[in-house]
Design a protein around this ligand. Structure first.
Ligand code: GLV
Ligand code: MG
Length: 349
């Protein structure tokens, strides 16, 4: 595929649009909290939510009925205009590119509240061409409305073609913030035989050896392992952030937590919360464990310049484990800044 030259890659795409960001801003985004912005009662709770979640996302796409699409768009504009979000992220999920709503979603939101918007989540991204289109449009609208901080793009990875093109999507533009796995649409697109929104399936299992004829245990496997791994590599190679997406069974908190934790351990930085109970789950999972943080600090302290080899509690440490420790410690410091209860747990103040 033809790619832009390095100099062209970093140029604004419209005269008067802001310079693209060189790095994704350092922000704790443990949960992207979805709300239906056409619902007045939900909008009334936004001031409270701002203090509880890392990111508030006004959803305009799936789950919003066709006859409420305009009300959701207007509700989102009203909600963003009416509140001071401080450090809490302000995102929207717009309708997909071939829908009758997408163009007006972008035009209206950029005009009315583009200066307060951090990220646009774009669903059903198939390839870099989808990112290029939105990238150009956003630059034109930033220029037109005098928006000085670039609005970033977050892609949902939820089609077979999107997964095939995940690396090209990750590097399509300096406007890329990250990506979320969309297990519902992706299952449909791939012809996977599950009706669940994320999580495992009892029939996706490995059977223990027949052995001597005793009972054979079936070990359930993670249906999403392959896709999460592919997404994490594409994102980290491109310097952008990977997220697990939705978990649909609100009655099964333990399974939600297990799915989020697998994603966290594999490299994801957050997940979606679709229900208030999932906010606490995401906070617990996507903040590093206090014991891990304490151990990471011991490694860093034992190797001040990050080289050589030392033994701690019988475990070998070297330049590579120093880097692993640094990942955990840096995340703990970021989380501690945002979340006083975690700062106390980690003893970082
Ligand atoms: C999310 O949008 C999904 O399809 O899972
Ligand atoms: Mg979807």
């Amino acid at each position: 595929m033809t790619v832009k030259t390095p100099r062209a890659y970093w140029k604004p795409l419209a005269i008067g649009a802001p310079e693209p960001l060189r790095e994704v801003p350092v922000k704790v985004e443990r949960m992207i909290h979805f709300i239906p912005p056409h619902n007045e009662k939900v909008r009334a709770k936004v001031p409270e939510l701002i203090r509880q979640v890392d990111v508030i996302l006004g959803n305009l796409e799936d789950a919003i009925p066709a006859d409420a699409k305009l009300a959701a768009r207007e509700g989102f504009v009203e909600m963003v205009a009416a509140n001071d979000f401080g450090d809490t992220g302000v995102w929207t999920r717009i309708n997909c590119l071939n829908s009758p709503w997408m163009l007006d979603d972008v035009m209206t939101i950029m005009e009315k509240v583009g200066h307060k918007l951090d990220v646009i989540m774009l669903p059903k991204v198939e390839g870099p061409w989808d990112i290029h289109y939105l990238d150009q449009l956003l630059a034109q609208l930033e220029a037109r409305h005098g928006i000085t901080k670039p609005v970033m793009i977050h892609a949902i990875l939820e089609t077979a073609e999107g997964v095939k093109n995940v690396e090209a999507i990750a590097t399509a533009s300096p406007r890329m913030h990250g990506m979320s796995l969309g297990p519902a649409d992706l299952a449909a697109s791939r012809g996977m035989k599950t009706t669940r929104v994320g999580g495992g399936h009892p029939d996706y299992a490995v059977l223990a050896d027949a052995g001597e004829g005793g009972p054979r245990t079936a070990y359930q496997q993670d249906l999403w392992h392959y896709t999460v791994g592919k997404m994490v590599d594409a994102c980290l190679a491109a310097g952008i952030k990977p997220f697990y997406g939705p978990f649909g069974d609100f009655s099964d908190g333990a399974a939600c937590e297990a799915q989020f934790r697998n994603a966290f351990l594999m490299g994801c930085v957050g997940a979606w919360s679709l229900h208030p109970s999932q906010v606490e789950t995401a906070k617990r999972v996507f903040s590093p464990d206090a014991r891990e943080v304490a151990f990471a600090k011991r490694i860093l302290d034992a190797m001040p310049d990050g080289t050589g080899a030392v033994m701690i509690d019988g475990k070998m440490q070297d330049d590579a484990t120093w880097k692993q420790a640094k990942v955990i410690w840096d995340l703990a410091c970021q989380v501690a800044k945002r979340d006083p209860s975690k700062a106390a747990e980690y003893g970082i103040g």
